[in-house]
Design a binder for this molecule. Structure first.
Ligand SMILES: Cc1ncc(COP(=O)(O)O)c(C=O)c1O
Length: 336
């Protein structure tokens, strides 16, 4: 089964020669203090940030959990649907969690979000940008309005930018109440090594790190991540290859089925489809060797999400979609 249900990278970040070199040189007998600093410097330098504004942990999942634990008490507000771990981590520590529901087309109304923020005055509002599972990227103006309102009600705005490297870059002003969470699991292709980043002001980073572990990441992970971010050309090539796969994936669904199934224009490495025939196509694809993401939640029952695969796997996927389409057209012509 080819896994296209977790928005992973289908291609590795580094080739075996570079990896062998990193493993050979790694000093596993020492605690990784210098390795941590080297990575933070390389990452901050890549994004032209100060190292004091950046911190790393075991996947961005861990930053979501740290926000739940280390930010002031009070309810959290998020979107429905959004990344399911927001709910899981809020539940772990019994932090009340509230939702703003999507419209029928899986977009969100800014005025509804603002109304709910004003009513609830949450300790923080968290959403993914670009949004998982719809793939939509909301504008900088949209984010600024939420950020300003969260400041006015005395809460934080957490922007989970797991997929931003596939979308449109923006510059958000660094303020104490704005927290950006990023991951190296998607565009940077090292999900298995578990690297998540947080970006904010030094003051907020310190607040989140009140519950930090002494050595948050291991030597090997840190050295691999440092090698990646120290080589701009390598990173750019990796991003370009993945973006090309994103476009290929989108085209498969837009070209072949968007007249009968809703295909949401995506700024990510996945595509969300919905409508009466979405599950039928998803099941057909599942029966032919690819595992897409199905949902049990009531508001997601007619949706299926697909993430990128390698070039040849996507060619294979397109053939499957075309076969399904042929069968669909035949059944329609018979019933007419
Ligand atoms: C929106 C969003 N945030 C965070 C994560 C978790 O990423 P990580 O592998 O860094 O824990 C995911 C993973 O799918 C995600 O979709």
């Amino acid at each position: 089964m080819i896994r296209i249900n977790k928005n992973e990278s289908p291609i590795p970040a580094l080739n075996p020669e570079i990896l062998t070199d990193i493993i050979t040189k790694a000093e596993f007998n020492f605690y990784p203090d210098e390795e941590y600093d080297a990575f933070i410097n390389a990452y901050a330098n890549y994004y032209q940030l100060s190292p004091t504004q950046v911190s790393a942990a075991n996947g961005s999942d861990e930053w979501i959990q740290k926000c739940m634990i280390a930010l002031p008490e009070g309810p959290v507000l998020t979107l429905n649907p959004d990344f399911f771990m927001y709910t899981a981590y809020a539940n772990q520590i019994n932090r009340p969690i509230h939702y703003v529901d999507a419209e029928d087309d899986y977009t969100f109304s800014l005025s509804k979000i603002k109304k709910e923020i004003n009513r609830l005055k949450p300790a923080f509002f968290i959403m993914s940008v670009p949004h998982n599972p719809s793939g939509i990227q909301y504008s900088k103006a949209f984010l600024d309005e939420i950020g300003d309102l969260m400041k006015a009600v005395g809460g934080y705005f957490i922007i989970d930018e797991a997929y931003l490297d596939f979308g449109d870059a923006y510059q958000i002003e660094h303020q104490d109440h704005i927290i950006q969470i990023r991951t190296l699991s998607k565009a940077f292709a090292i999900a298995g090594l578990r690297v998540g980043m947080v970006i904010s002001t030094e003051k907020t980073i310190q607040q989140l790190n009140r519950i930090a572990h002494p050595y948050p990441l291991n030597t090997l992970t840190l050295n691999i991540a440092t090698a990646l971010f120290s080589d701009k050309q390598l990173v750019n090539q990796l991003l370009q290859r993945q973006r090309a796969l994103c476009e290929k994936l989108r085209n498969i669904f837009e070209k072949n089925v968007s007249d009968i199934i809703h295909v949401i224009p995506s700024k990510t490495n996945f595509v969300l489809t919905y409508g009466d025939y979405a599950n039928d196509l998803g099941q057909y694809i599942n029966d032919h060797g690819f595992l897409p993401r199905f949902y049990n939640e009531e508001n997601m029952k007619q949706t299926v999400r697909y993430s990128i695969a390698t070039e040849s796997q996507l060619d294979e996927l397109e053939q499957i979609v075309l076969e399904w389409r042929k069968e669909y057209d035949l059944s329609k012509s018979k019933s007419n």
